[in-house]
Design a protein around this ligand. Structure first.
Ligand SMILES: [Fe+2]
Ligand SMILES: [Fe+2]
Length: 275
């Protein structure tokens, strides 16, 4: 893909913003820019061609053996440039904000945009927090990210927040137009046009659909963003108070509080440790 340097700089917020960015942030920015360009190209293509063309499940399966990694691997273990980069060290007692700044590089813009949207739509603090956290575990692991994410956050957030994180994964495959959720084209592209969720996803959906907290994960899917919007670049600052009121930061730092999920945080602190 050809990169228009000026457009890329504008996308990142202008030359001054680019000058202040680390190499890693620039590489991430480039990855987002290319994903965005790709989305645009695909949208134009389908507009021009009338009907949209999506791959089938069989076509996506056929790509498996052409790849160097499995699609479920976490972003911290992958490279968009051919080699991974050195990660900045984490503070001794890391907070959630430290992880946003130093480890959630690939997911933070997406979740900040989702939380920003939830805030503008007048959602509860718990839903805003769930939106802010909902995909961050994908820096650790992508497969079954709703369950992994809920588990990783469970000791630090309310039951409603972890419920919303866990089940947004299943709900995103099922439309609910009444509440403003349509099945996104991105999934037709990622999972295949004829994709049918596994029976455990269907069963989970049925359970959550009839649960008194159904709207918690549903609102995460409604405020989720399925395209990278270069015009919106929210920062963590606007969510600091919500985090303070709804996230129990362990005083020993995430990864060192002896909780059943501490190892998950340590894995993100030191993803280069080979055993
Ligand atoms: Fe998600
Ligand atoms: Fe998401």
């Amino acid at each position: 893909m050809e990169i228009d340097r000026r457009a890329f700089f504008a996308f990142l917020g202008g030359p001054a913003a680019v000058a202040a960015m680390s190499h890693e942030a620039k590489a991430d920015g480039l990855e987002h820019y290319m994903a965005f360009q790709l989305n645009q190209a695909k949208a134009n293509e389908s507009k021009a061609g009338g009907a949209k063309k999506f791959p089938t499940v069989a076509e996506i399966d056929a790509q498996i053996e052409t790849r160097g990694n499995r699609r479920g691997v976490g972003n911290l273990f992958l490279s968009s440039t051919g080699h991974v980069t050195k990660l900045p060290p984490m503070p001794e007692k890391s907070t959630l904000a430290d992880f946003f700044k130093l480890r959630f590089k690939a997911t933070s813009n997406h979740v900040l945009q989702s939380a920003n949207r939830a805030m503008q739509n007048g959602m509860s603090e718990e839903i805003i927090l769930a939106c802010l956290l909902h995909d961050t575990v994908q820096d650790l692991i992508k497969v079954d990210h709703g369950w992994w994410g809920a588990q990783m956050y469970e000791p630090y957030v309310s039951e409603k927040v972890s419920f919303a994180i866990r089940y947004h994964q299943a709900l995103r495959f099922y439309e609910d137009k009444e509440h403003g959720y349509e099945y996104p084209d991105l999934y037709r592209r990622m999972f295949g046009s004829d994709y049918k969720p596994e029976p455990y996803i269907e069963a989970t959906y049925q359970m959550v659909r009839n649960h008194k907290w159904y709207l918690e994960p549903r609102m995460v899917t409604v405020n989720d963003l399925y395209a990278f919007d270069p015009k919106v670049n929210p920062t963590l600052d606007q969510f600091v108070d919500i985090i303070g009121r709804n996230f129990k930061q362990p005083k020993e730092g995430l990864g060192f509080d002896g909780s059943p999920v501490a190892h998950m945080w340590r894995t993100m602190i030191w993803p280069n440790n080979f055993l």
